[in-house]
Design a protein around this ligand. Structure first.
Ligand code: C2G
Length: 739
């Protein structure tokens, strides 16, 4: 029998997934030892209720509950679990992680009777279990949220069969060394007196694994067996253990290194190397910068570096050796002098090897010392992809009303983008970008700005965001499926720099306060400038021009299909896939005489669709800069979970919701702010049959939904009146005069 030891102190939803994954194991001869860390549980303001989860688990699974009252911490919890385990094998599973169905059966298949240990693969994810796909790229290799990814390292792929390489030398940091995903014979643990060090609040895994590696004789491995480790993406509600900001942490860190070095000959050199590498690679910088409490850290780490053998020191360059020798001797002054030389050298190497470092340095020391220009205003829409959305219409208003009084700067990825009026284009992340970002008085951005360019006190940053949200955003998302583990943390820091946030309606004002944790006073509920053209007198004239530009025959009505992206369907950072569920051939056959289809993929989608087969029925609107102009020429809008419909509703034209994957999108990926059955201004259609029928009977649909549409309009389009740009511009210029 396998005893699975699960320590628990927090995270109801995590525990549910964890126990669910145990219940779903193909291998059945298991008991679960669930250890409650009562002391840690008490720290919660409102204790979580988990009785129902336990009750339904117990109905079909063997469960032993261990109450830990005198001790606390993960090491003590695992030891308590060990003491109560009656299986021949033990297996540690954290309550915020989970397994796939064949995890244990694969381990047992690989286990030979004499083996002490069988280890497996650990895959990292920020997905909950229902959304986990074993074939997705490992989250620790960094994917998902665009340019802000830092990319962690995971190189356990090589020499998987060698236990030292997999469990030890493949890990970059002490906290990456893990006792998870390893099936261990209990008699082996008992024979060698192996336990977790309860004195170690953090890093107890490292010592445990070091000791295990020193006494293990027979082992196997199974690449097919997968342990799923979840990253925490809400460090505010659920900080992971290795992220607690604890001033005492360094003591545990130094102690853990010392005990790992002393754990046995087989691993000693490796830990000495790791400690020295950490010292010169990470700590040196902290020490040099004089971070608070760093002198104490210096003393503690000196004791560790003192243990580093001469042979190990030889593996480092001469400057690093000097730093390490000074550290071992406890000589802070010499250490610092050498660190200074190292950092200056590194800065120069970095500056000349990567442009971004050079530009950041120039920005910091030169541009940042120049005056902010009161009449410079910088615009960016959709991270430089185009000239559209709120920034475009704020720009347009300023061009028309303030002309040459201001210098207009547009941030673009490609200078060929067509932008009307007098302006200067700069490429995102070029040297000019740094220059203008740092010197302009005003910035208007509809997404998020990079943190690598510090914002100055007298600069004004207006975030317009890019839509009224239907799907949950940032701090309202229980799980972030598309972004890196630091997503919420990064967004939090970015949004703190916004002076104003634009909102289209009272509903958005409410949501923005929770999803961005943003102050109400700084939210401008002025409506969307990009919706102004929908109220313009000449909107039909404009529509004719746009239709002509796109080559759409005047006598054809237009169906706009503008779906959004799917969080879990991507190739890599910021590159999303889209599989078309719409049956274009059928739509063409059934309504092709009256309509054309205008396809508009979301800007994250990189798949280009081959539309040639549909002849003159389909027009590609994906590369068209401005979706507002596409709204103006469309007679029907088909969308799904995109905020597109909130804007389109200003035209009071029919909207159809093609939600073929509603259950997954709503229940697994995102969750919505609206009760879509009740609140949407059009029908939810899940099949092509339903969709085509609705298009054919569009008059009936319109009249069936007229009450709902009116209600929707009053709730979400109540501020837009064609003068949003005017309100926004007056406000920010007025604020500009004050600063
Ligand atoms: N958009 C577009 N084409 C699409 C979909 C969206 O041009 N096929 C543009 C629209 O301007 C829309 C904006 O991108 O308002 C945001 O699109 P969403 O599909 O809502 O998705 P997302 O980018 O995740 O925005 O609060 C805003 C949203 O909830 C988040």
């Amino acid at each position: 029998m396998i005893s699975i030891i699960v320590p628990y102190h927090k995270g109801r939803a995590f525990l549910e997934d964890c126990l669910g994954s145990i219940a779903a194991q193909e291998y059945k001869d298991i008991e679960t030892v669930l250890v409650f860390d009562r002391d840690a549980m008490k720290k919660d303001d409102v204790p979580e209720r988990i009785d129902d989860i336990i009750e339904s688990f117990v109905a079909h699974n063997k469960l032993v509950i261990v109450e830990m009252t005198e001790k606390t911490g993960v090491a003590a919890a695992r030891n308590a679990g060990l003491a109560n385990a009656s299986g021949d094998y033990v297996y540690f599973l954290d309550s915020d992680d989970y397994l796939v169905e064949d995890t244990l059966s694969n381990l047992m298949k690989a286990a030979k009777s004499l083996d002490d240990v069988v280890y497996s693969r650990i895959l990292h994810t920020w997905f909950k279990r229902a959304a986990f796909n074993v074939d997705q790229p490992d989250a620790s290799s960094g994917s998902g949220d665009s340019e802000f990814d830092e990319g962690l390292v995971n190189d356990t792929k090589q020499d998987f069969g060698d236990i030292m390489k997999t469990l030890l030398t493949g890990k970059n940091k002490l906290e990456d060394i893990s006792s998870l995903g390893i099936l261990i014979k209990k008699s082996f643990l008992q024979k060698n007196d192996l336990m977790f060090d309860e004195e170690q609040k953090y890093y107890s895994d490292a010592k445990f694994v070091a000791q295990l590696l020193n006494c293990v004789e027979r082992y196997s491995s199974s690449r097919d067996s997968v342990y799923v480790k979840r990253f925490h993406n809400d460090e505010i509600k659920y900080p992971s253990l290795d992220r607690y900001n604890d001033p005492e942490r360094i003591q545990y860190f130094a102690k853990a290194f010392l005990s790992c070095i002393n754990s046995g000959e087989k691993t000693a050199e490796h830990f000495q190397y790791m400690a020295a590498a950490y010292y010169v690679g990470t700590f040196a910088r902290r020490y040099y910068d004089g971070m608070p409490g760093v002198d104490k850290e210096f003393d503690l780490l000196s004791n560790v570096i003192f243990k580093v053998d001469k042979n190990v020191l030889k593996k480092f360059g001469s400057r690093d050796r000097k730093i390490l020798k000074a550290a071992a001797a406890g000589d802070g002054k010499v250490a610092k002098n050498n660190i200074r030389v190292k950092l200056i050298k590194r800065k120069f190497t970095m500056m000349f090897s990567e442009k971004k470092h050079l530009y950041r340095t120039i920005n910091l020391y030169i541009f940042n010392r120049m005056k902010v220009k009161d009449n410079w205003i910088l615009f960016e829409s959709f991270v430089g992809r185009n000239c559209s959305g709120q920034p475009k219409y704020i720009y347009k208003y300023m061009q028309e009303h303030f002309g040459n009084q201001y210098k207009y700067i547009w941030v673009v990825n490609d200078k060929k983008i067509n932008i009307e009026g007098r302006h200067k284009k700069i490429k995102r992340f070029s040297l000019s970008y740094y220059y203008y970002m740092t010197r302009c008085k005003y910035q208007v951005n509809n997404m998020r700005q990079p943190l690598s360019i510090p914002k100055r006190d007298n600069q004004i940053l207006l975030s317009t965001w890019h839509g009224t949200p239907l799907k949950k955003l940032v701090f309202d998302m229980e799980d972030v499926h598309s972004a890196n583990p630091r997503y919420k943390d990064i967004v939090y820091r970015q949004t703190r720099k916004w002076d104003f946030l634009l909102s289209d309606n009272p509903f958005s004002t409410e949501v923005f306060q929770s999803c961005f944790r943003f102050d109400k006073e700084k939210i401008l509920e002025y409506g969307y400038p990009a919706n102004d053209p929908m109220y313009a007198e000449d909107r039909d004239v404009l529509a004719i021009e746009i239709k002509e530009k796109l080559g759409i025959p005047k006598d054809k009505k237009v169906i706009l299909y503008a779906p959004t992206w799917r969080d879990d369907s991507y190739y890599g950072a910021g590159e999303y896939k889209f599989e078309l569920a719409l049956d274009i051939n059928r739509l063409k056959k059934e309504v092709g005489d009256e309509y054309v289809l205008l396809l508009r993929m979301h800007y994250w989608i990189v798949d280009s669709l081959d539309l040639t087969q549909f002849g003159d029925f389909v027009y590609d609107g994906s590369s068209y800069d401005d979706i507002t102009e596409l709204y103006l020429i469309s007679d029907i809008c088909i969308t799904d979970y995109s905020s597109v419909f909130f804007d389109y509703a200003n035209l009071c034209r029919p909207i159809l919701f093609f939600m073929y994957d509603l259950e997954k999108y709503r229940d697994v990926l995102r969750g919505f702010y609206l009760d879509i059955e009740k609140d949407l201004p059009g029908p939810i259609l899940q099949t092509n049959d339903e969709l085509i029928k609705a298009v054919k009977q569009i008059r009936k649909v319109t009249s069936d939904y007229s009450d709902k549409y009116n209600r929707f309009y009053r709730r979400f389009c109540c501020v837009d009146d064609g003068h949003a740009a005017e309100r926004v511009v007056n406000k920010i210029l007025e604020e500009g005069k004050r600063r």
